[in-house]
Ligand binder design. Structure first.
Ligand code: TRP
Length: 458
């Protein structure tokens, strides 16, 4: 029995780990951010590029994170301390801990809106809509009202803390086992309804027929950013999950399963949204971040069983967000337990409270407080600034340094001992080595340079 290796908990089974890691990957990133970005980036061509990045860059970085995590059985800070003691690499782990708290802070705000929508749709607030304004007004009221915005943020954060309090096996794994299959079931139901709507072919064409004239440099940047965010890479979340993985599990198989599940859910989310979207006159795929919250109720109102499908969709989104938020919180929690010797309870309370407080300005910056909604000079909301800083810059930076660390410092040979390609084909191993040493650092550096240039140019 290799579980309970270090007394800090372990996954009960490989499938438990895969479900939990897939639960981390699948979240708002797939179901809310992916369709939003596809819609803005012109459709099918973006989907192709995104898929390419997931395979060429996402998979190698995923394996690198899992390898570092399982080798050291530690949180990101402890992992670098163990592999290369007394070096500055531990600050890369520290960046991951900070990024985890920071992303969780506003992730919880958006997830809170999802929770609010479950109630609104179930209560029939979005049925027989006289005009689109009904939804727009209800959405604005929900996110601009400080009571609902803060209350839902607090509620979602409390739920996340409760699950993480249960520990690796009692909490994360058990929940993921129950929740993930439900999630897939509701999504398949939604897809089926969406693609059988009259006029679904327009949306299907948008989603499946690439128009390469729409591809620009920005398309590549958003595709790569989306890939890292969606796969939970760049801040040690997968490293932390890998640290709980039994020694005999094959990392390559696990990584591929997580990647396939994550990509499949994102692609399915697109199939749920685009065919339905295009059947409603006046609605555009370029709607932006409000896409789901602003547009979906309109669509659900115009399909039979709209209350049922609409409620199901937002329950699904809330569940997916919860299993992702769990992994964001687990990184700082594992750090406090391993490095500071705290109890799990203390670690969860402190990290959760920190994330909640940091999320307050994000919750209030959507109409409730003027200057937080449009920060002077920058002109963006606090939440937007946080998302850009941490999801784009910090994750890319983290993934860049991690691939340099594994490819050049720790070394491909050592990492490969941990990854153990099942059929041990030297081709697979050589490919991974090449990708992590050359392709990942160069490609990520290019994206990061673009993000920083955009930040400076505005
Ligand atoms: N991947 C999740 C999503 O798609 C979000 C997430 C969870 C995440 N943990 C992460 C993103 C760690 C980056 C890093 O919604």
């Amino acid at each position: 029995m290799s579980s309970l290796v270090s007394g800090r908990g372990n996954w009960g089974s490989r499938i438990g780990f895969i479900l939990a890691a897939a639960g981390s990957a699948i979240g708002l990133g797939n179901i809310w951010r992916f369709p939003t970005t596809v819609g803005r980036s012109g459709g099918a061509a973006f989907v192709l590029i995104y898929t390419g990045f997931v395979l060429l860059l996402g998979l190698p970085v995923m394996l690198a994170e899992l390898a570092v995590g399982r080798r050291t059985e530690k949180n990101p800070v402890g992992a670098f301390k163990a592999l290369v003691p007394h070096t500055a690499w531990k600050y890369l782990g520290g960046l991951g801990v900070v990024t985890g708290v920071a992303i969780l802070s506003y992730y919880s705000v958006i997830a809170g809106w999802t929770v609010g929508y479950i109630v609104k749709i179930a209560a029939g607030e979005f049925t027989n809509l006289a005009s689109h304004n009904v939804v727009a007004d209800a959405f604005t009221e929900l996110i601009a009202n400080p009571t609902s915005a803060l209350g839902l943020h607090a509620l979602f954060m409390a739920l996340t803390m409760l699950v993480v309090l249960g520990g690796v096996r009692g909490g994360i794994e058990r929940w993921s086992k129950i929740l993930m299959p439900i999630l897939l079931g509701i999504l398949l139901l939604l897809v089926f309804r969406s693609v059988t709507l009259p006029g679904a072919d327009v949306g299907l064409r948008f989603y499946l027929q690439p128009d390469f004239s729409k591809v620009t440099e920005a398309t590549f940047v958003s595709a790569l950013g989306q890939a890292f965010f969606s796969l939970s890479l760049g801040m040690g979340a997968m490293m932390t999950y890998g640290s709980y993985l039994a020694k005999e599990s094959d990392l390559f198989t696990c990584g591929v399963w997580v990647l396939v599940a994550d990509t499949a859910i994102a692609i399915l989310a697109g199939f749920a949204i685009f065919p339905a979207l295009f059947t409603i006159p006046g609605l555009e795929p370029t709607e932006g971040p409000g896409l789901i919250f602003l547009v979906l109720p309109n669509i659900f109102d115009k399909i039979p069983g709209g209350i049922f499908f609409g409620t199901g969709f937002f329950v699904l989104l809330g569940i997916a967000a919860l299993t992702s938020a769990i992994s964001l919180l687990e990184v700082p929690v594992a750090y406090f337990i391993d490095e500071r010797g705290w109890t799990r309870r203390k670690a969860v309370v402190v990290a959760g409270l920190l994330a909640f407080l940091l999320g307050v300005p994000s919750a209030l910056g959507n109409g409730a407080v003027g200057w937080l909604s449009a920060i002077p000079v920058i002109g963006k909301s606090f939440l937007d600034v946080m998302d850009t800083l941490f999801s784009n810059v910090a994750l890319s930076f983290g993934a860049l340094l991690l691939s340099i660390f594994v490819g050049w410092k720790w070394g491909v040979a050592d990492a490969l001992k941990e990854i153990r390609f099942r059929r041990a084909t030297s081709f697979a191993e050589k490919s991974w080595g090449f990708l992590i040493r050359y392709v990942c650092p160069v490609a990520i550096a290019i994206v990061l340079a673009n993000v920083i240039r955009d930040l400076l140019v505005g």
